[in-house]
Design a protein. Structure first.
Length: 271
């Protein structure tokens, strides 16, 4: 028992040390993608100035990278912890703020089609950083952001943006996405779907139906028993009814989803 405990403590200490060595959380300016040629100047019609938060591992790289897309409630309470964790795993993390420059606080009652332009703009931004491996970039979305991530995985958005031929997302992970929105789609890149069995906002059954229609091995669906919507956001440690949605943090599901995401990214973004 003693040796196991020491090993666990050492592992946790190493993980903390790795995260603490990551670069400071940096507020950066980027641009959403406009329809047409993404290589044009940032002032191209249709683009919007955006804010995003960038964190990188120590060293020169090039590192794989992850674009993070928030829910309809905006940036989560644990944003910085998520970025630092990814950097501790060896990834550059770019958390896009879809709302700040649009003057939005939430978009839970409306569609948010701008998410795709923001995600592809983030992809292009990362691809131009010398310490990022442009061939190993994933997108990870949460709820509304997960809807965008699944749309990217199905490639239904890609036709609207003239990306360089060698630039695309390599993998996608979707936390509690509205899978019904992609009911008739084929997901064309490796995709991880994480959802709670007790989620009444984005039901797990819709994700089961979507996953069942996909080619074997391309989509991995994980359902967490008893977990509700936003199960990984500690800002909802006490369950809350908000805008018609039941939201509740679930520590066990949050920890397991972190482990599942880690394994997925390690597999899909390896050289």
């Amino acid at each position: 028992m003693g040796s196991k405990w020491c090993a666990l403590v050492l592992t946790a200490a190493l993980a903390w040390a790795s995260a603490s060595m990551a670069s400071a959380d940096e507020l950066v300016r980027m641009h959403s993608a406009s329809a047409g040629d993404l290589s044009r100047a940032p002032s191209s019609a249709g683009r919007r100035d955006l804010r995003a938060y960038l964190t990188k591992p120590p060293g020169r790289g090039p590192f794989p990278a992850v674009v993070l897309l928030h829910s309809c409630l905006g940036l989560p309470a644990n944003r910085r912890a998520m970025e630092e964790r990814l950097a501790g795993w060896g990834y550059v993390a770019l958390f896009v703020d879809d709302f700040a420059t649009r003057g939005l606080k939430e978009t839970c009652a409306i569609d948010f089609p701008q998410g795709a332009a923001d995600a592809y703009g983030a992809l292009l931004y990362l691809s131009k950083l010398a310490y990022v491996d442009r061939g190993r970039i994933a997108v990870v979305g949460f709820s509304q952001g997960a809807d965008t991530a699944l749309g990217i995985a199905s490639t239904r958005f890609a036709a609207g943006f003239a990306l360089p031929e060698d630039l695309s997302f390599r993998a996608a992970a979707a936390f509690y996405p509205p899978c019904a929105n992609e009911a008739g789609s084929e997901l064309r890149i490796s995709t991880l779907i994480l959802v709670g069995a007790a989620d009444t906002v984005t039901p797990a059954k819709d994700c089961e139906a979507l996953a069942a229609k996909q080619p074997g091995g391309r989509v991995k669906l994980i359902i967490y028993a008893g977990a509700a919507h936003l199960f990984d956001d500690p800002g909802f440690a006490i369950g809350k009814q908000l805008l018609g949605m039941w939201l509740q943090y679930d520590q066990a599901a949050a920890e397991k989803s972190t482990s599942d995401l880690h394994a997925f990214l390690a597999t899909e973004l390896k050289r």
